[in-house]
Every structure is written in structure tokens, then in C-alpha cells.
Design a protein around this ligand. Sequence first.
Ligand code: AMP
Ligand code: TRP
Length: 330
Amino acid sequence: MKRVFSGVQPTGNLHLGNYLGAIRRFVELQNDFDCLYCIVDLHAITVPQDPAELLRAAREVTAGFLAAGLKPERCIIFNQSQVREHGHLAWILNCFTPLGWLNRMTQFKEKAGKSREEAVLGLYAYPVLMAADVLLYKTTHVPVGEDQKQHLELARDIAGAFNRRYGIDLFPLPEPMITGAATRVMSLRDGTAKMSKSDPSDYSRINLTDGPDVIAKKFQKARTDSEPGVGYDPERRPEAANLINIYAALAGLTRDEVCARFADAQFSAFKRALTDLAVETLGPVGNEMKRLMADSGHVDGILRAGAERASALAQPIIAEVERAVGLHQP
Ligand code: AMP
Ligand code: TRP
């Protein structure tokens, strides 16, 4: 049996990278598998958050999920903090994770920067909580963008360490699903940095709630090189390659097909076609998100029901873990 789990942090500004790298693929998977999609607020607080903004962003991500086509009848949508077993299992798994493994995590190094002494323990333990999210449901498949690959390898290592320690086969080793033309969407301002929610420049990303004019302006201002044509050469022309990947992912074409389609076009004409395609695809998603965000009662109801269903799935698995470890059970 296949079970799919993935998480998105409620930190505002859902963007094209989240959509192409993750959310759009969640939607495809819900028809064929047993899927859980989680708004990971406990991960979000590993960096300082404004409380009101955190709550708003959790609803915004939920609205983004629904607007992109996730159906509460077909998958479970819920908030991480509402299923207490996530934190509980994370603690247990902390006791199976050597510091040496965590010291290799590049995301921690990037986020902690130079001030390693001031970095908080939660940021360091972030990948263990992520392993707990996945393992709590005996997940077999995890759709994510390229940036989460290392964390998922760690989750596999932790699952293996736990199973070996007790000589049991409790956790399946989760498989990352990182596929498609846009597993790493780059910033529109810098073809070597990934598109991110936290980039101070709003021109670096296309937000799912951006209207047609804003999308047009952002693509128009997107950095490119001085070569006139449309050619895919990520080493020499990273910004152009990124836009080609985005077009390919939005249109469901391969890179070669995109380059062939625009073989005789100027780069500026390609950018205009990309804008039209993006507006056509994202426009309805953004509008539906705004509509849903005005109805927080509806969104909250979905999260409440989702947490109940997720909790029911987690209970027997956490009980199995507690039995294996020898933790007291009532
Ligand atoms: P986050 O916003 O960090 O919670 O990421 C949510 C999901 O979107 C994860 O599966 C990420 O791997 C994916 N993601 C985030 N940024 C990008 C990007 N620039 N390109 C592709 N996928 C991304
Ligand atoms: N760390 C992931 C990110 O920032 C979010 C996440 C948390 C996640 N728990 C997860 C993704 C479990 C997949 C599975 O993108």
C-alpha cells in the first residue's frame, strides 16, 4: 500500500516554486493514493514568527491547497500542531539521531549563517521533526522539491536506525518523489538562488496571489542575459534556463519542446508568451485563494476535520512505537 505525505510551511507568500515543485503534484497524487498534506506550523516557528501572521499564513496555505485542486474528500489536509503525536514522535526520534548526521544538513548551515552559537535548538532539530511527520503515518512516498532531498535521506536513515535497534520492520523507508521540469525553481532576480518565500525582493518570485499585471511586470523585469534567442544552457544562461523550465512545467512540455517552439523567437517574445501562460494557469488559483481566505470559517472547518482524521491514523502507529521502545501505555 502506498501512502503519501508532504508538508508546506505557513510562512506567507506561496509562490510558483511551491506550486510547481510541490502543490501541483499533490493534486495529481490524491486520485491514486492515500494522501496527507500538512501545514507545518511547528517547523515555521524554528525561526521567529509574528503570531497573528502565522495564523493567517496557515489559512493562506490551506486556501492555496484547496484553490490548486486538493479535495478534502480525497486527501487529508491538516495543521501539524493539531496532531500532538508529531512532537511526541520527534522527541523519540531525537534519541536515535546522531549529531554527526545533523551536522551535515546544509539547510541548517544556510539558515544559521555565521551566528551558530545563537541558532536555536529547534532549527537544528528541524529535520528530525520532518522525519517524525513522515514516519508517524508509515509514509511510503514524499513529493517535494529538490531542496528537501537531504532531509528525506536523513528520514530514511533515522527509520533504518530505529528498525535495526529493535530488530523490527516498523517504519517503511520513505521514497522521495522529486520529478518534473521544475523541482528547483530559481529566483527571477538571480538564476543561482532558489525562489523562496523569504527573499526580501518580491520581484524574485511569482506569488500565487499576484494579479495579471504584477505577473507581467515581474516576468518583464526578470533578469536575463544579452543573447537574443531561446536556448537551454543552465551553466552559461541560468536565468534563461529557469524561465524555460518554468514554461515547460506550466505547459506540460519538455525543455526541448519549449526550445523548439521558440526556435525563431526573440527572448522578449518568449517572455510575453510565458506571462500569458502563467496568468492563464495561476490566475484562477489566485482568485480562488482570495475567495477562500475571506471565508476563514470554512477553511478552519477543513483543518479541524483533517486533524481528527490524521490523529486517528497516527494513534495506532504511535502506540506501536511506544510498545517497541518500552514507554508506558495506559
Ligand atoms: P516550503 O515553502 O519551504 O515549506 O516548501 C514547500 C514545498 O515547496 C517543498 O516541497 C519544497 O521542496 C517546495 N519548494 C520550495 N521552494 C521551491 C522552489 N524554489 N522550487 C521547487 N520547489 C520548491
Ligand atoms: N521541510 C519542508 C520544507 O520546508 C516542509 C516539511 C515539513 C515536509 N515536514 C515535511 C515536507 C514532511 C515533506 C514531508 O519544504
